[in-house]
Design a protein around this ligand. Structure first.
Ligand SMILES: [Zn+2]
Length: 647
């Protein structure tokens, strides 16, 4: 076996809470015939260079390069160093896909810039160094010092795992060691208002075997929740303790609240702690939080954090469609959290949720050319939408004032290989299906050599060929959305295979080279209704086909004069599949839905009346497209939840 190139999580040998382990990035080759493989290629060829260009043009790189020189002039958000680190992480991971000399050169240039800016004790954060040196280590609520350190550590880990030697690691460890000296041991610990350092320090421990990093992360996680992050001097701070994830200790917090990205990054760290130590109390509380989130605070698209104010989770069932915040980073953070829960439990519901985020919000947050991004991901767009901030944009933008999302998409796409399968003792599990070649082994050493051919999620046919004879249990996830309608066959012979309590079928046998296994999942378009307490979607239906949620857009009205916002759907009619051409993307599955345009009989000025009369226009059809592809044509209205025709 060639040595394993580890991805974002490398569990230690003795990880007590892990039921399964990720395989190496180099052990799964994604084919560009599949959606994830094609996306990963585009990420390497287009998205990563786009990130590099913007780090230069926005001045983020110059903040580091010009520090301590007369030309220094700070540009961007105070935490813009994190744009550099996150982009470097995306770039470094992506080198396993494409070893681009220009990208390697950029990595060296940026590393030299960080080295130039770093102080002798390891500190590097250009905002405080260059603009407010008096405020170093004074503003833990909004300062983001440790958040930035966390992203620097993660970039260094990516470079170390992909390139072997990592100049960035030397610099990142200097910063991490500074944190250990300041806050570790018997010193008073401080926590960052924006979690991120916790998961990074635990991964640094996994990478270096230095327990001091793990101990500091654990100390920070356990110290949270006592309302101590806010400084008495920070009188202007107007966010609550939940915004900082400092409202309740993690062992008491059974609901998701506050700033959604902060909540979910913290949870990734808590799960890393659990995976290593196996203290069941943490898992129990994390699973309760997950249920609170998925059962009452998540959009059908996998969007999280419904409130623009404080970028926060709303109340249960508070899920407005037009004013959905649903930040891209929140769904990415959730994807990372779900993955850790899946490693800990092997429960398919976490993979179901990863898939919902992946094929809807995360896929939808990037344009078909790979270089424009959504920050917030509403489920309804009204024509003439008023835009107050770029985070409320009506179209994908190339960059943002706060550009956390674009590099986050880059680092996820570069590491898709990490998130698809796991190994355990004599078993190999496939959680997410994509066209690929897999060459790895189970934890007990059985060879796993498979070729997967599939167009998933366009259809649910997954062909798995065994290339080398071997004995192991193959576990295949049966997604929740296929409602138990699946068939599995080997060599054309149908098998009776039932799912276990985690939602997987297990095929245990002596595999022969040339064995051909076919899993067919029924991919059928369905109308979904909302929980009665989701007021914003009452009387409406959404459409889901496989894991993909659909939307209707003005561009698909059968008559351009029809106003898609007046369309009502007849959900008693069959949904018909069709193929349409999306410019710049190619052919996609569209769904023809039946309904009618129901304009008002008389225009209403005052928009409330005892009786509303709408005309019964002739029946018409509208083509729905995957939500992830909306906004790639002319601007116009869009909606996921469509009012139902009242009969
Ligand atoms: Zn973001």
């Amino acid at each position: 076996m060639t040595p394993r190139t580890y991805g974002p999580i490398r569990l230690t040998e003795g990880a007590k809470g892990a039921k399964a382990r990720p395989i190496g990035l180099n052990e799964v080759k994604l084919s560009s015939e599949g959606q994830l493989g094609a996306w990963q290629q585009q990420n390497a060829h287009d998205t990563v260079p786009h990130l590099m260009n913007n780090l230069v043009s926005t001045g983020a790189l110059a903040n580091l390069q010009k520090l301590n020189t007369p030309e220094f002039e700070f540009k961007g958000m105070w935490f813009s160093d994190s744009d550099i680190h996150k982009s470097l992480e995306a770039l470094a991971w992506s080198l396993h896909v494409l070893e681009d000399p220009k990208q390697i050169e950029f990595l060296k240039t940026a590393t030299a810039a960080i080295e130039h800016a770093q102080e002798a004790d390891g500190y590097v954060y250009t905002w405080y160094q260059g603009v407010h040196p008096d405020k170093k280590w004074q503003e833990f609520t909004m300062g983001h010092e440790m958040y930035v350190a966390g992203h620097m550590i993660q970039a260094a880990i990516a470079e170390s795992r992909i390139r072997g030697n990592a100049p960035l690691m030397t610099l990142a460890r200097k910063f991490a060691d500074l944190l250990v000296r300041k806050f570790g041991g018997s010193n008073k610990v401080e926590m960052c208002g924006h979690p991120e350092i916790e998961t990074a320090l635990i991964e640094l421990y996994r990478e270096t075997n230095e327990i001091k990093y793990f101990e500091l992360a654990e100390k920070m996680i356990l110290a949270r929740g006592h309302k101590t992050i806010k400084r008495p001097t920070e009188t202007e701070f107007h966010f609550g303790d939940s915004y900082l994830q400092d409202h309740k200790p993690v062992l008491e917090a059974d609901t998701v609240v506050g700033h959604s990205v902060r909540q979910l990054y913290l949870n990734a760290g808590v799960m890393d702690l659990y995976l290593e130590k196996g203290d069941e109390r943490f898992l129990k509380m994390q699973e309760r939080q997950w249920e609170d989130m998925v059962y009452s605070k998540m959009y059908v698209t996998g969007g999280l954090g419904s409130r623009h104010k404080d970028e926060a989770f709303g109340d249960s069932y508070e899920l407005p469609n037009d004013r959905a915040y649903a930040e891209t980073c929140a769904s990415i953070a959730n994807f990372m959290w779900d993955w850790r829960l899946l490693l800990a439990t092997q429960r398919g519901r976490y993979a179901d949720n990863m898939e919902r985020a992946l094929y809807n919000i995360i896929a939808g947050s990037i344009s078909v050319d790979g270089c424009k991004f959504f920050y917030s991901n509403p489920l309804q767009y009204r024509k003439g939408h008023f835009i107050a901030f770029d985070t409320d944009a009506s179209e994908r933008l190339g960059w943002y004032k706060c550009s956390c999302c674009p590099p986050n998409i880059g680092r996820i796409a570069a590491t898709f290989n990490h998130y698809l399968t796991t190994t355990s003792v004599n078993a190999f599990s496939i959680h997410l299906y994509s066209d690929s070649v897999i060459n790895t082994q189970t934890e007990s050493g059985s060879k796993v050599d498979l070729t997967i051919k599939t167009k998933y999620p366009v259809n649910g046919i997954i062909n798995i060929s065994v290339n080398t004879a071997s004995e192991f249990a193959l576990k295949l996830r049966i997604p929740e959305w296929c409602k138990g309608n699946y068939q599995v066959s080997i060599g054309g012979q149908n098998l009776a295979a039932t799912t276990d309590e985690n939602g997987y079928i297990t095929l245990e046998r002596n595999w022969e080279a040339g064995d051909n296994l076919v899993l067919e999942l029924e991919v059928k378009a369905r109308f979904l209704k909302p929980h009665p307490l989701i007021d914003a979607s009452r009387g409406c239906v959404a459409i889901q086909r496989g894991p993909v949620v659909f939307a209707i857009e003005q561009a698909d009205a059968s008559n351009p004069k029809d106003d898609i916002e007046e369309f009502v759907v007849d959900a008693s009619q069959e949904i018909q599949e069709t193929t349409i051409e999306l410019p710049g993307y190619g052919k996609i599955v569209g769904l023809l839905i039946q309904g009618s345009n129901s304009p008002l009989v008389e225009p209403m000025r005052f928009p409330y009346a005892e009786k509303i009369s709408r005309t019964n226009s002739a029946s018409t059809k509208v083509t729905a497209i995957p939500y992830s592809l909306w906004g790639n044509r002319q601007k116009g209205a869009m909606r996921v939840w469509i009012p139902e025709l009242q009969k």
